[in-house]
Design a protein around this ligand. Structure first.
Ligand SMILES: [Zn+2]
Length: 470
């Protein structure tokens, strides 16, 4: 092997025995190099230091080496096995060029690591190098582990966000904490309860936690309790988008479902009474509800944009074909573009839904108001309006807001949100998709750790003077 010194082909302590054989392994043209491990004889037993050694046969192992052009090189290494006559233990010399735990050479492992470090996914890498993905993933885990070390934060974060994401199918959640300003993930673990936050506090340490100013989270999460009990100086800010989502789930969806159920019951009763006119009327009302979920939960602006793009699409089609007297080709059709109109139909057909929808719009505009007095006035009005309606769903929601009021008010002083986490969630989805699902959670968390550090962000948080007054 000496002629290959200083080339990637060089394998230290390998004595090549015969010419390389050409053959096909898994339908890929390959070279097979046969060699012996050039190793000194054992003089003493490494276990009991006894000196009666006995040669206990030879073994051969086939290691995958790098590729040259389209051919792959394999090395068949023969090594000696020894046995101690005193303690009867078997041992052998380590193959110096073998990657620990795998049947590949360390040169090939380095090649895989190089491909991974320039941003290729394990799947792409394994396809390119004709090697199984599991090993590539193992090496990837080792590589990121080397960079991440203990994964502890390297700098102080002032603002952090915490949220949960679905780890495995069937209500298995994980908690992720990120730095608001840079977007780097600080902590990832299985579970989404109080205990996981305590775990986080222990992980980052007292010094780090003392430097944190505020944390952004969802109102529903059980993380707030841990912060209030152990780190009361950290201001909790409830995320606005999650609040809107809570309103959609707790009020709009509930009301829509309840109303649909009510109408169905009434139709049934009308059928028993054989009141055909009433049945027709109720069925008309029911028709408005059909496919209304998207309309009710979407932002009005989104619907307007959707309608506008449909109108533009229709105009182009009309000018291209019908204006010239041509028929529309197969596969092309006009879009409906009646979202706003349909939304009005649903809302005007049902008073309760309309009230809740209007209050939802009010809630949104109050939430994103930056003026302190206007914010408080907006919510005060909202509370009184919700109370006058007398609807249970609204009552429940306004009670929840009251319970979380200090954290909602903190939005004014510290304008942070869980927005950056949405980006992280997208990254998480991408990682999962690229690897066709990752079963090893530790590896998954390492991948998240690496992905969030690839393009660090630089968000500025300007706190208002009220910050330390409350
Ligand atoms: Zn021994």
């Amino acid at each position: 092997m000496d002629q290959y010194i200083r080339t990637p082909l060089y394998l230290p302590h390998l004595k090549v025995r015969t010419e390389a054989t050409n053959l096909f392994i898994n339908d890929v043209p390959s070279y097979l190099i046969h060699g012996d491990l050039d190793e000194p004889n054992y003089r003493h037993c490494p276990y009991c230091h006894g000196s009666t050694m006995h040669l206990n046969g030879r073994r051969t192992v086939r290691l995958r080496h790098i590729s040259i052009g389209k051919s792959i090189i394999y090395v068949e290494v023969t090594y000696k096995r020894w046995e101690c006559q005193d303690c009867h233990k078997a041992f052998r010399h380590r193959i110096p060029f073998r990657e620990k735990g795998h049947n590949i050479t360390s040169t090939f492992a380095k090649q895989i690591e190089h491909f991974l470090s320039i941003g290729e996914t394990p799947t792409q890498c394994s396809r390119k190098l004709h090697y199984n993905r599991t090993t590539v993933q193992h090496l990837d885990k080792k590589r990121i582990g080397k960079i991440a070390k203990d994964m502890k934060p390297r700098h102080q974060s002032r603002f952090i966000c915490v949220d949960e994401f679905l780890l495995h199918k069937g209500h298995e959640y994980a908690t992720v904490v990120i730095d608001y300003e840079t977007g780097e993930s600080l902590f990832c673990t299985q579970g989404n309860t109080y205990g996981q936050m305590i775990e986080f506090f222990h992980f980052v340490g007292r010094r780090f936690m003392e430097g944190v100013v505020a944390v952004s989270m969802d109102m529903n999460a059980s993380y707030a309790k841990a912060f209030r009990e152990l780190w009361p100086h950290i201001r909790i800010v409830y995320d606005g988008f999650h609040m809107v989502k809570n309103y959609n789930d707790m009020v709009l969806t509930e009301v829509r479902r309840a109303e649909q159920r009510r109408i169905l019951d009434e139709i049934e009763r009308a059928r028993i009474k054989k009141d055909l006119d009433l049945m027709k009327e109720l069925k008309q009302e029911m028709r408005f509800f059909k496919n209304s979920r998207f309309l009710i939960l979407s932002n009005r602006k989104t619907l307007e944009l959707k309608d506008a793009s449909a109108a533009e699409h229709n105009r182009i089609l009309f000018e291209k074909y019908e204006k010239r007297g041509l028929k529309l080709p197969i596969g092309k059709h006009y879009r409906k573009g009646r979202s706003i109109e349909r939304l009005q139909e649903v809302l005007s057909s049902n008073e309760k839904l309309q009230t809740c929808y209007t209050l939802g719009e009010m809630l949104k505009s109050s939430l994103w108001c930056r003026d302190r007095q206007q914010f408080i006035d907006g919510f005060r009005m909202w509370f009184s309006m919700a109370k006058t309606t007398g609807y249970d769903e609204l009552q429940r929601f306004s009670n929840m807001i009251r319970r979380h009021w200090p954290g909602i008010l903190n939005r004014l002083d510290i304008p942070i949100s869980n927005g950056p986490l949405e980006g992280t969630n997208l990254l998480i989805k991408n990682i999962r998709r690229q690897s066709y699902g990752i079963r090893d959670d530790d590896y998954f968390f390492l991948k998240i750790w690496e992905a969030t550090r690839k393009h660090p962000k630089c968000r500025q948080v300007t706190c208002s003077p009220h910050q330390f007054s409350a």
